[in-house]
Design a protein around this ligand. Structure first.
Ligand SMILES: Cc1cc2nc3c(=O)[nH]c(=O)nc-3n(C[C@H](O)[C@H](O)[C@H](O)COP(=O)(O)OP(=O)(O)OC[C@H]3O[C@@H](n4cnc5c(N)ncnc54)[C@H](O)[C@@H]3O)c2cc1C
Length: 460
């Protein structure tokens, strides 16, 4: 008998699940997908680079169009919003937004991949013309059209997280004077304060005005309805255009309405097969779920495309009767602002404390290539290890070209619960154009191992 699968949300998680299930199970599954937006399988991750001009066309950010999905046998309904899930009856109610008509669709299995909603505090003036979010391709297109039409000279980016700093770069590349405002004491709070301070200094070096410890209280519009300043507790900042990068929260209103279990961060909780806890025919993945951090042992909301795609693949395998699992994350992320690269994996100091670890930290200054090699760049590596066992707990990297992707070595070591002493023996590639003879990760591991030994000696 054909299994009928309904998918809600047609981006990374939803369509990866649909495509994978169809690839494996073929005609044994009938897949109906609903997407309230105008694009399927698109890369929101590419929006800052599209706005910056690195990526030429919107189409380049679309991995698979609705027509391509349909050709592969997925019945994808665009501009159609699922309004309700009736788990008992095995039915969703979907509304065709153009026609204004609702219909009921039965399912044997349901995939919830509704993503996240941007955080929007109720600040006065936030709906003024010239204030933009960057959540969807349509948002990106609206901002690009505005930059072209209004030719702003001064921009304020609200939020100094990774989307905020990537958008700051995009605006700098348009020749706009950029101010980044963040209520925290540093940009990139996903790093420890010392590493965040390095990002702060580098951003100022690029000419970006970074205002930390500054809470935005509203937006002032001119007589034409267009934003002209961002109001803060410390005064007014003139702005011709504003970009909001205030983070996201799981989009789980639909799931809540169906009484599905949500975790402390508002996301759906699943087992390793991405099946919603306590439900045998409901699956969820992507930005609407919480994930287990394998280092801290705690659930987190980590809204990243890398996880959403993996979740989708896992759901697709399991729906098709094959097996795949997603055990959790170690907290790896990478970003950049102009030439400065920023990467992190594992726990920050405050996470380690919260998770009950005693730890040592080391910070090393090194270079991306042999010190004598043309084009070698500075990089800083901070490494955190458990105080007595020497287990690696986290790594943060701030540096120039060639720095960031070194985080993957640390992420792999974390995944395998290696100690920093074990890491000192890693067989990492060396030739002068690629690394110093001691790779910065090895130097940090050596120093961390020495710090662990000293901590052990201190106990005797
Ligand atoms: C500017 C930006 C840059 C980013 N950069 C990176 C990066 O560099 N690296 C990285 O790993 N991640 C990055 N991300 C995050 C990444 O884009 C997301 O984690 C990823 O898109 C999540 O995929 P998803 O399928 O879970 O959710 P989404 O991509 O949000 O898709 C969910 C879909 O569900 C639809 N939907 C929601 N509710 C309904 C409903 N009731 N009915 C029908 N449809 C519905 C939505 O319209 C949406 O299209 C970035 C995000 C942004 C915004």
């Amino acid at each position: 008998m054909t299994e009928r699968i309904v998918v809600i949300g047609a981006d990374a998680a939803g369509m990866s699940a649909a495509a994978q299930a169809k690839r494996i199970a073929g005609d044994a599954v009938e897949i109906v997908a609903f997407e309230r937006g105008t694009h399927s399988s698109y890369s929101a991750c590419g929006i800052p680079y599209w706005v910056a001009g690195d990526v030429g066309e919107l189409e380049h950010l679309i991995a698979r169009s609705p027509e391509e999905h349909r050709r592969r046998g997925i019945d994808l309904h665009m501009r159609t919003e699922v309004e309700e899930i009736d788990l008992g009856a095995g039915v969703v109610t979907a509304r065709d937004l153009a026609a204004g008509r609702s219909s009921r669709e039965g399912f044997d299995s349901l995939v919830i991949a509704t993503g996240a909603v941007p955080v929007r505090p109720p600040l006065p003036g936030a709906d003024a013309a010239g204030v933009f979010g960057v959540q969807t391709l349509d948002d990106g297109a609206a901002l690009l059209a505005d930059l072209d039409r209004a030719r702003p000279r001064r921009a304020v980016v609200v939020g100094g997280g990774y989307i905020g700093i990537e958008m700051a770069e995009a605006l700098v590349r348009h020749g706009v004077a950029v101010t980044v405002v963040d209520q925290d004491a540093q940009p990139m709070t996903t790093l420890d304060p010392d590493m965040g301070a390095a990002v702060h200094r580098a951003m100022e070096g690029i000419g970006i005005d970074v205002r930390t410890d500054t809470a935005v209280t509203g937006f002032e519009a001119g007589g034409d309805g267009r934003v002209r300043s961002v109001e803060t507790a410390d005064g007014s900042i003139p702005a011709d255009v504003v970009v909001l990068g205030l983070g996201v929260r799981p989009n789980t209103a639909l799931a809540r309405g169906a009484d599905l279990p949500l975790g402390d961060h508002g996301g759906l909780r699943t087992n390793v097969q991405m099946q919603v806890m306590g439900q045998d025919r409901v699956w969820a993945g992507g930005d609407c779920v919480e994930v287990l951090n394998l280092v801290s042992g705690q659930y987190q909301h980590v809204p990243l495309g890398t996880h959403a795609n993996k979740h989708g693949r896992v759901i697709g395998h399991n729906l098709a009767g094959s097996y795949a699992s997603f055990p959790g994350v170690v907290g790896t992320a990478v970003s950049k602002v102009c030439h400065l690269e920023i990467a992190r994996t594992g726990l920050r100091e405050r996470d380690a404390t919260r998770a009950g670890f005693e730890y040592v930290t080391v910070t090393v200054q090194s270079t991306t290539k042999a010190g004598y090699f043309p084009g070698t760049q500075q990089m800083t590596v901070k490494m955190i290890a458990e105080r007595l066992t020497g287990r690696l707990l986290g790594v943060q990297i701030v540096g120039y070209e060639g720095s960031a992707k070194r985080i993957d070595t640390a992420a792999t070591a974390l995944w395998n619960r290696m100690t920093v002493e074990e890491m000192t023996a890693l067989d990492l590639a060396y030739a002068p154009p690629f690394a110093p003879v001691w790779d910065p990760i090895l130097v940090a591991a050596r120093q961390a191992a020495a710090a662990v030994r000293r901590a052990g000696d201190g106990r005797r």
